[in-house]
Design a protein around this ligand. Structure first.
Ligand code: 4AD
Ligand code: MG
Length: 477
């Protein structure tokens, strides 16, 4: 007989049929009631053991965290709290978990504590729920693009170019760090390195995706990206997953339409497919919020917030309009912003983004047409000569969740921009080729996957929505 998932068993009608389940003990009450979980669902199945039928040693091995196999009859539950339960006839202990040393006990552990036990934390309700939602979101993302005529493209992870031009890259090298080969000028000689040039882990697959959009029409990447920015915030990881669609013949408006429809589509999917987990996470969040001062609590519960985003239009606002709103805002006048806004051209900090989204518009916002000086080199210059066709999607509680743009498709304009920024043409000769041969209007964006998972699960810290987070000074596990 094969074992069944608990998710499936809980949906079965109990006719006293014999079943097998395997999982980890959540709790063992009164030497009689095992709450068993196998990760298939947030819910446990109750397994009832008759003490007298089993050896003392077996009973003693049943403790929180132990892996066991249970055979028995699935019957209607006598007790309250569950429809079905298993009356155990056979018990096999896969592996015990010593109660003295097993860190995940049936009580509330802080998220900080669990971060240090990242290899075990998925056995908690919170993390198993988050990771199931994360998995469902990944599926929904592929599903969305595959159903809408996009091809999945694998952009390289090792790259010679700095797509964002921010210089926050992790070097990839096989040279001996203590004794690297040197050039005549005493510089490290990367010609002798593995690839014969300087290479890094990619910060974005965009430039390569552009090449592929110019042949396949509509593509998307979904892979890990790496940034060596020393930001210890609840929104930044050094290794995170990014989804980057890139579309030939899309202008900025079409790009914004896609971003909005895409985000709504994948959130709708999890609303429809992850109800139990989202309800659990909503309750977790409500409990957590009770410990905060009133002013910091969010106005909507998790499910309501997700439905609100799915059902309402995102507000589209130009950077220039946003600066006016910010300049005249209360916190700006009362000098409450850490970075006061006075000039057009200022880069927006997360405090400003959150003010716009959470206090002013109270809905997701797409800001577009940013000053060229604060955005990457590849964005299309507007007729005014000072703004570019950039867009950022800003979310409540998160800030920037998507960054994208219409790309500069005009060769001369792009060359001029690269010259202004001292980006050597030799480094991006192939990217310029795309503008020489069959160039066309095209656009794309990047969605930070973990920030989306944060939004969908209500988790406040990005370290708690990826299995093994990489952050400054931390690459354990
Ligand atoms: O705004 P970014 O830097 O845009 C790009 O990389 C473009 N090449 C995307 C494109 O047009 N194809 O990053 C995109 C998104 C951000 O909006 C944010 O959600 C996320 O990636 N992100 C991070 N997420 C976690 N940790 C970090 N350190 C992140 N940096 C960016
Ligand atoms: Mg950005």
């Amino acid at each position: 007989m094969n074992s069944f998932s608990i998710k499936r068993l809980l949906g079965e009608e109990a006719k006293s049929q014999e079943v097998i389940v395997e999982g980890w003990v959540k709790t063992f009450r009164s030497n009689r009631f095992i709450a068993l979980n196998d990760g298939s669902t947030i819910k446990n199945i109750q397994c009832v053991v008759d003490y007298g039928n089993f050896e003392e040693e077996v009973i003693r091995s049943i403790s929180t965290g132990a892996a066991i196999k249970v055979k028995g009859n699935l019957v209607e539950s006598q007790g309250r709290g569950q429809d079905v339960e298993i009356q155990v006839t056979d018990l096999f202990i896969h592996g015990k978990a010593d109660a003295e040393t097993y860190p995940i006990q049936p009580k509330k552990h802080s998220l900080e504590f669990l971060r240090e036990k990242a290899h075990l934390r998925v056995r908690t309700n919170t993390f198993s729920a988050v990771m199931r939602v994360r998995s469902a979101l990944s599926f929904a993302i592929h599903n969305y693009f595959q159903q809408n005529g996009f091809y999945y493209m694998h952009a390289p992870i090792i790259t010679g170019s700095d797509a964002e031009g921010a210089g926050e890259m992790f070097r990839v090298t096989t040279l001996d760090a203590k004794n690297p080969p040197l050039t005549e000028d005493g510089e490290v000689n990367y010609k002798e390195d593995f690839f014969g040039k300087e290479t890094n882990l990619t910060v974005s697959g965009q430039l390569e995706a552009e090449a592929y959009a110019m042949g396949l029409g509509k593509v998307y990447t979904f892979g890990p990206t790496f940034r060596a920015e020393n930001s210890n915030t609840s929104r930044h990881l050094a290794e995170f997953w990014m989804i980057e669609p890139e579309m030939a013949f899309y202008d900025l408006d079409a790009n914004m339409d896609l971003a909005e429809d895409f985000i709504k589509g994948v959130l709708k999917y999890v609303l429809e497919h992850c109800e139990d987990d989202l309800k659990f996470l909503e309750k977790r969040l409500l409990d957590e919020e009770k410990t905060k001062p009133q002013a910091e609590r969010s106005e909507m519960a998790l499910l309501e917030k997700l439905r609100f985003v799915v059902d309402n239009n995102f507000k589209r606002v130009t950077y220039t309009e946003a600066i006016d709103i910010l300049r005249n805002s209360k916190p700006n006048k009362k000098k409450k912003f850490e970075y006061p806004i006075d000039e057009w051209g200022a880069d927006l900090q997360s405090e400003h983004e959150r003010f716009l989204v959470e206090k002013h518009f109270k809905c997701p916002v797409i800001l577009f047409d940013y000053p060229a000086t604060i955005k990457a080199f590849y964005m299309r210059l507007n007729e005014d000569g000072k703004t570019v066709r950039a867009m950022d999607v800003l979310f409540p509680g998160i800030g920037e969740i998507v960054g994208g743009s219409q790309r500069e498709e005009r060769l001369e304009v792009l060359q001029q921009k690269m010259a202004d920024l001292d980006i050597p043409e030799e480094e991006l000769w192939w990217y310029l080729d795309l503008r020489k041969f069959g160039t066309a209007v095209h656009s794309g964006f990047g969605l930070g996957f973990e920030r989306l998972v944060q939004f969908a699960t209500g988790m406040g810290n990005i370290r708690d929505v990826i299995p093994f987070p990489r952050t400054p000074q931390n690459a354990e596990f």
